[in-house]
Design a protein around this ligand. Structure first.
Ligand code: UDP
Ligand code: MG
Length: 346
């Protein structure tokens, strides 16, 4: 969607700057993009647009964000009326303040890809700062001004973190907790109880654009970027309307993707298990020899036991070694940037 709004996309057109301090504040005010991935969200979308619209308009009025700021809906290949609703919002807004923009994906690319697309569009359109938020109003929109304030005070990335999860089902809560624990155990850095409600400044977005991997797991990548970060806490509400687009099956796939995208520790574990099995075979050998010498051994038993453990261990170690190489190839194939420059002095 490259339709341009009548007012605002490139700055101050049509808005008379106020006098004095407010004027300079408005001129320097950052362009904020709120990126909202939507998959079959026709039930909640009007309310989401209303609430986000209210907040952004208020922020524009006080000059904390610039007039080119937008709510960018990314339609992730919905099969309901989601896109028609977005088109309607865009049309109505274009006549007034052009607040609502949209991108339509050709097929259901998944939450993470839709989000990434929205962030990249925001970057291309010159956003100074982008906030990603789910369409279902589970995340507290009142955090948006606070996030921008934290950014104003120097944070490049601001995480919205859930204080309590009592609105989630027990199944969802316990699986999520287990997941974050496992991630930490496997050495991937994530922010516990942070879903994809976060602010990213332009340098962070540019850094993110260098990650060319296809298996996207933003909650793992963003903490890898570095930069000055901040956490803000909120209470997560229940879904405003509609049903979860993340059934258990999708959630498990998401978790597995998160783990395998960030950690080659499972491969190390195979190597370790192989080494332990080999160790057991040597212990067995000693035990067998001792039994033979003390004359308590059944004929043939010792050689079978030792070879079972030994061959088993050998196979596992070999698998592990092959796996180590595959792990390296896997990480190479992601073409991740080796480093990200935050600042350069000339
Ligand atoms: N979503 C999406 N594509 C998908 C699945 C979900 O863009 O394939 C969006 C969805 O519209 C919502 C967000 O991702 O804005 C989170 O989904 P949901 O609220 O259903 O997940 P839950 O909060 O239940 O984990
Ligand atoms: Mg939700």
């Amino acid at each position: 969607m490259e339709k341009r709004a009548a007012v605002g996309d490139d700055g101050m057109v049509g808005t008379a700057p106020a006098v004095g301090e407010t004027a300079s504040r408005v001129q320097n005010a950052p362009t904020l993009y709120v990126v909202v991935p939507c998959y079959n969200e026709q039930e909640v979308l009007p309310e989401t647009a209303r609430r986000l619209g209210d907040i952004l308009r208020a922020m524009r009025a006080t000059g904390s964000i610039g007039p080119a700021s937008r709510v960018l809906f990314v339609d992730d290949g919905s099969s309901d009326a989601t896109w028609e609703l977005i088109e309607g919002l865009h049309r109505n807004a274009a006549a007034s303040d052009g607040l609502f923009a949209g991108v339509k994906l050709a097929h259901n690319a998944g939450h993470q890809n839709a989000l990434y697309c929205g962030l990249m569009v925001a970057l291309r359109r010159g956003a100074d700062v982008a906030i990603s938020i789910d369409a279902d109003l589970q995340d507290d929109v009142r955090l948006i001004p606070q996030m921008v304030e934290a950014w104003d005070n120097g944070a490049q990335i601001v995480y919205g973190v859930r204080r309590r999860r009592d609105k989630d089902t027990v199944a969802k809560r316990s699986t999520a907790e287990a997941f974050y624990k496992l991630m930490r155990l496997l050495g991937a850095e994530t922010v516990p109880d942070h879903a994809d409600y976060r602010l990213m400044g332009r340098p962070a977005l540019e850094a993110l654009s260098q990650y060319s991997e296809v298996n996207l797991f933003l909650r793992g990548i963003v903490p890898m970027l570095g930069f000055k970060t901040e956490r803000l806490y909120y209470d997560r509400a229940a879904r405003f309307a509609g049903t979860s687009k993340y059934p258990l099956k999708k959630m498990l796939a998401f978790a597995l993707n998160g783990i395998t995208s960030f950690s080659d520790r499972p491969i190390h574990l195979i190597t370790l298990a192989g080494a332990l099995t080999l160790l057991v075979s040597f212990i067995m050998l000693v035990y067998v020899l001792v039994s033979a010498l003390t004359g308590r051994a059944v004929a043939g038993w010792g050689s079978i036991m030792v070879s079972i453990w030994f061959v088993g261990g050998l196979v596992m170690v070999s698998l592990g070694v092959v796996g180590e190489y595959i792990g390296k190839i896997y990480l190479e194939s992601k073409h991740r940037p080796r480093y990200i420059v935050e600042e350069e002095l000339q």
